[in-house]
Write a protein that binds this ligand. Structure first.
Ligand code: ATP
Length: 284
């Protein structure tokens, strides 16, 4: 099977001047597969977010990526011009970040925010985009989608805002979804609902998901495969079960020891549909 995204020997250097450059990602390789959630774990500063930003072509000023990132078997992203990248980002690669408010415009209704991207990227008419926007809100399990289209982001709870951000990320039917700490800012009671949603979306829409998180509890709940980063390198990679039950690398064991509950929280097998979809806090 062709990987949805194939990363080979990716290196990221940051720094404004030639003499002060630091390599923060030091040659990593990873394949994202349709229908699967690939976790990227590791402590703060290990290079997880810079890996995601390199995929999105959104490195900080002065940042450069080298190596190869191939999308859909045919599109090399490393070195791609900005104008071409804008057609990839948001269309072929969707993204969800820690703070849903940051990806939602406070003064534009949810319906318009969803429809605008589809009209621009997919060329849909106003009414077709509107209908699809309601479908997307239903897909991410926002209650009363038609009503929700008319509302502004502040009228929703944090968990629902993240569901809306996920709907926007999926609006143009991307092949790949990058989710960088998507539940970190949310109340713990709301996290599970968002994680189950990501799990179901990956399976149902054959979406390749990169889930970046420092939280091994989150990782153990939904990732199919896990790669552990440290100091810009992947020190261990394998299936979720392998990483959580039979870690080979001392650093992985250290991370797991620091979080003993993670080994017990294999909440559901991929595609089992276990767990609640909507948490009480979110149904208001
Ligand atoms: N805008 C930036 N300018 C310069 N260096 C940066 C910038 N952002 C991150 N770094 C550095 O790059 C390295 C990797 O950071 P990165 O954000 O990828 O880590 P992370 O594993 O995602 O951790 P966290 O979860 O804390 O973001 C770190 O040493 C960090 O200090």
């Amino acid at each position: 099977m062709t990987a949805a995204l194939s990363i080979r020997d990716l290196r990221v250097e940051l720094g404004q001047s030639r003499n002060h450059r630091t390599e923060v990602v030091k040659g990593i390789s990873l394949d994202l597969v349709p229908g699967r959630i690939q976790g990227l774990a590791g402590e703060s500063g290990s290079g997880k977010s810079m890996t995601a930003m390199a995929i999105l072509g959104l490195l900080p000023a002065g940042g450069t990526a080298s190596g190869s990132i191939v999308l859909g078997g045919d599109t090399e992203l490393v070195g791609m011009a900005g104008s071409a990248y804008r057609r990839v980002r948001g269309k072929r690669i969707g993204m969800v970040f820690q703070d849903p408010s940051a990806s939602l415009h406070p003064q534009i209704t949810v319906g318009s925010q969803l429809a605008d991207g589809m009209r621009a990227h997919l060329g849909l008419s106003r009414s077709a985009a509107r209908a699809k926007a309601a479908e997307l809100l239903a897909l991410v399990r926002v209650p009363n989608p038609e009503e929700a289209l008319q509302k502004y982001p502040h009228q929703f709870s944090g968990g629902q805002r993240q569901r809306i951000a996920i709907a926007i990320a999926l609006a143009c039917e991307p092949e790949v979804l990058l989710a960088d700490e998507p539940t970190t800012a949310l109340d713990v009671t709301v996290q599970a609902g968002i994680l189950h949603l990501l799990r179901d979306l990956a399976t149902e829409r054959d979406l390749a998901v990169l889930l970046v998180t420092h939280d091994l509890g989150v990782m153990s709940a939904v990732a199919d495969e896990v790669a552990v980063m440290r100091g810009g390198l992947i020190v261990e990679a394998g299936s979720r079960r392998q990483i959580f039950q039979d870690p080979q690398h001392a650093y992985t064991r250290e991370l797991l020891d620091a979080m003993p509950d993670a080994q017990d929280s294999l909440v559901d097998e991929p595609g089992s549909g276990a767990g609640s979809d909507v948490d009480p806090e979110e149904t208001r």
